[in-house]
Design a binder for this molecule. Structure first.
Ligand SMILES: Nc1ncnc2c1ncn2[C@@H]1O[C@H](COP(=O)(O)OP(=O)(O)OP(=O)(O)O)[C@@H](O)[C@H]1O
Ligand SMILES: [Mg+2]
Length: 246
């Protein structure tokens, strides 16, 4: 029986080289082995980004009411903000969507959260709540966890949607908790999406107010805090709930 060729057998290796040379293959140097993972394989960044996106989109679906589960951030400013958050949440700042009822603010807001999820971010923890529900939660006996713990959670969540700001009846207390939330998120550079039926500031160049605005509803302090890192996007158009344009 022929002696098996083993790699540590010098004579066998020499015979092998001679055989290869005879066939004109001696000059062929072994090239790098194609063992780099493809985008469909673990180890490739794109593979892991897609897995993160799948997980985040599931998380988004759970957090989103059925009405908004097909929401897309079609508004270019909203889409651009979502891309900035996906890219670098700390520098993205916040966004405030204003506009009359039914113009699609909540739809765009959930659309933005979805777009961020689809980008496959490393962290995707979100909370979506209306301002009215938030005040309910923060009232004495509003939650088993206690108001301070609830406020802490809202402050700490990496991405917050606070819907319908300024629509609940205002008081010194609502102003105080809203200020604390917005201010603490601002200090920690955590992005938020706010929506409101009210314009941020209805004053004209003479300081004349034209109807209610966020300053009258929430107080000057909150609006001036928002002004520091919050992009205002005014949604226009008809009430989509009525279906037809007026
Ligand atoms: N771009 C869109 N494409 C399809 N449907 C939309 C779009 N924008 C909004 N809608 C639908 O129109 C209705 C009103 O939209 P939405 O609830 O976002 O309005 P809103 O501005 O938040 O209103 P409100 O001020 O009363 O809270 C919803 O049923 C929503 O699903
Ligand atoms: Mg809404």
């Amino acid at each position: 029986m022929a002696e098996p060729i083993t790699l540590d057998n010098e004579a066998a290796m020499a015979r092998l080289r001679a055989g290869l040379a005879h066939r004109g293959l001696a000059e062929v140097e072994p090239g790098p082995i194609a063992d780099e993972p493809s985008p469909d394989e673990p180890g490739h960044p794109e593979y892991h980004r897609r897995r993160r996106a799948e997980w985040a989109l599931k998380r988004w679906t759970t957090a989103t009411p059925p009405r908004y589960r097909r929401a897309d951030a079609e508004h270019p400013d909203v889409a651009a903000w979502a891309d900035r958050v996906a890219d670098d949440p700390e520098s993205a700042g916040s966004i405030l969507l204003t506009g009359t009822t039914g113009t699609g603010k909540t739809h765009q807001a959930y659309g933005a959260l979805r777009r961020i999820a689809a980008a496959g971010p490393h962290v995707y923890e979100i909370r979506a709540i209306t301002a009215a529900d938030m005040y309910g939660l923060l009232r004495p006996k509003g939650s088993d966890r206690g108001a301070e713990e609830e406020l802490r959670r809202l402050t700490r969540v990496p991405l917050l949607l606070l819907d319908d700001l300024g629509s609940a009846k205002a008081s010194e207390w609502t102003e105080e908790v809203t200020y604390r939330l917005i201010n603490e998120r601002y200090n920690a550079c955590r992005p938020s999406i706010y929506t409101s039926n009210l314009p941020a500031d209805s004053r004209d160049e003479h300081g004349q107010r034209h109807g209610p605005d966020l300053i009258t509803a929430l107080g000057e302090r909150i609006v001036s805090r928002l002004a520091e890192d919050t992009q205002v996007v005014a949604m226009t158009g008809h009430d989509r709930r009525r279906g037809v344009k007026p």
